[in-house]
Design a binder for this molecule. Structure first.
Ligand code: URA
Length: 235
């Protein structure tokens, strides 16, 4: 059995209604809890065993929230920072408890997963699990086959950082797709810098089964689909 949660918390976790809307819906008698109209947002229920309907329809409660954000440059992948705005500034008030799964550099764009599911975050980040992360990079200098070989063999950087074998696919002399199975600090930039190539632009395209779609604008987010959630849970 799960702990009891406030009714408005349970409903807002579905991402479909805000707390304020929920209050109004309860007043209007449109929320049914186990067949009876709910009377207050503060009432507590076990969401796993309670039937909660809005206008007769199941809300599809999720115990955890999973958000796929198209991170723009200029925001920190953190929950708070004294100097710079964080990625949480792009999320609504009822999602401020989420945290990013791993980090993208301030100037890196692209796919960032945020959740309140610590267990899943831990599994996704564990180097043991080898979750592929794919990046698009633009560089100064000319990429060549030697660079690809060095990535494939695994690199030891000047400062001693050992990088597992990775994939560098050249798209044009200044552009590449990089696939990593780990996520060390500044890893793409450092691996390319070790090959004499300075990264001028970096974007994460995917992480395991999650991919950033072209239709999701920079700065926008969406909830994961049930299918995506299930794929993550079985990793
Ligand atoms: N590698 C980097 O260098 N930066 C990122 O933000 C992600 C991977």
């Amino acid at each position: 059995m799960m702990e009891k949660l406030r009714l408005d918390k349970i409903i807002s976790a579905t991402g479909k209604k805000s707390r304020r809307e929920i209050k109004q819906l309860i007043k209007e008698g449109r929320i049914l809890v186990d067949g009876r109209p709910a009377s207050a947002p503060e009432e507590k229920y076990d969401p796993e065993t309670t039937e909660i309907l809005l206008d007769g329809r199941d809300l599809g409660y999720r115990r955890h929230t999973y958000v796929l954000l198209h991170k723009p440059a200029g925001l920190l992948s953190a929950t708070e920072d004294a100097q710079s705005p964080t990625v949480l500034s792009l999320l609504p008030p009822d999602m401020q408890k989420l945290f990013p799964v791993g980090r993208l550099d301030k100037d890196t764009e692209g796919l960032l997963l945020l959740t309140d599911d610590g267990e899943l975050a831990h599994r996704l980040l564990s180097p043991k699990n080898h979750v592929d992360k794919i990046y698009y990079a633009r560089v100064e200098g000319e990429l060549n086959e030697e660079d690809c070989k060095a990535f494939a063999e695994g690199m030891v950087l000047g400062d001693g950082l050992v990088c597992m074998p990775a994939e560098l696919e050249i798209l044009s002399p200044q552009e590449a797709q990089v696939t990593l199975r780990e996520g060390k600090f500044h890893q793409v930039k450092r691996m390319l810098a070790a090959r004499g190539k300075k990264v001028t632009y970096l974007k994460r395209l995917s992480m395991g089964p999650l991919a950033l779609e072209d239709s999701l604008p920079r700065g926008a987010f969406r909830l994961l689909t049930k299918e995506e959630e299930e794929m993550l849970q079985t990793l």
